[in-house]
Design a protein. Structure first.
Length: 151
């Protein structure tokens, strides 16, 4: 009888140990997949920067990327940000994160409003009030931090 109890206890302990080991294996596999995704995203970002490096400071692209998502995001990914920044950069001699925000508002995000003349001034008020916008504030902080890090 005593042997039977010990046997049952040993079976329970060993099965819980197997379950713990299998969860450790699964979590390490998940970390490996996450690490692979991160490496792939970094490689893709590097390719994008090589293409756009002659046209745009990477700090502006990175400042926007931190707010709008990484390389593989459908809207606002690194590629889209860099592509739109290239278009903006053709319109100015002095590109800034602030000027890029205004360009995006007028030419991409709310283009219809400005094409129709923005008769009520809603788009212009959004541009004027961008300093109160949470996303704009984050982009500005990111940009200033990246500029300090590059000094």
């Amino acid at each position: 009888m005593i042997y039977m109890r010990w046997f049952v206890i040993c079976v329970i302990l060993s099965s819980s140990g197997c379950a713990a080991r299998s969860s450790i294996v699964k979590s390490s596999e998940a970390r490996t997949i996450e690490a692979m995704k991160m490496d792939l995203e970094i490689q893709e970002r590097d390719k994008i920067f090589k293409v756009y490096d002659n046209y745009a400071p990477n700090t502006i692209i990175l400042a926007y990327e931190k707010v709008y998502g990484g390389t593989f995001k459908v809207y606002g990914g690194t590629f889209d940000i860099a592509k739109n920044y290239l278009q903006y950069n053709k319109t100015t001699d002095n590109p800034t994160y602030d000027g890029f925000w205004i360009w995006l508002t007028k030419n991409l995000w709310y283009k219809d409003w400005f094409d129709k003349g923005d008769e009520f001034g809603v788009g212009q008020s959004m541009i004027d009030n961008r300093f109160n916008d949470k996303e704009y504030i984050e982009i500005r902080k990111n940009y200033e931090l990246l500029e300090k890090m590059s000094e």
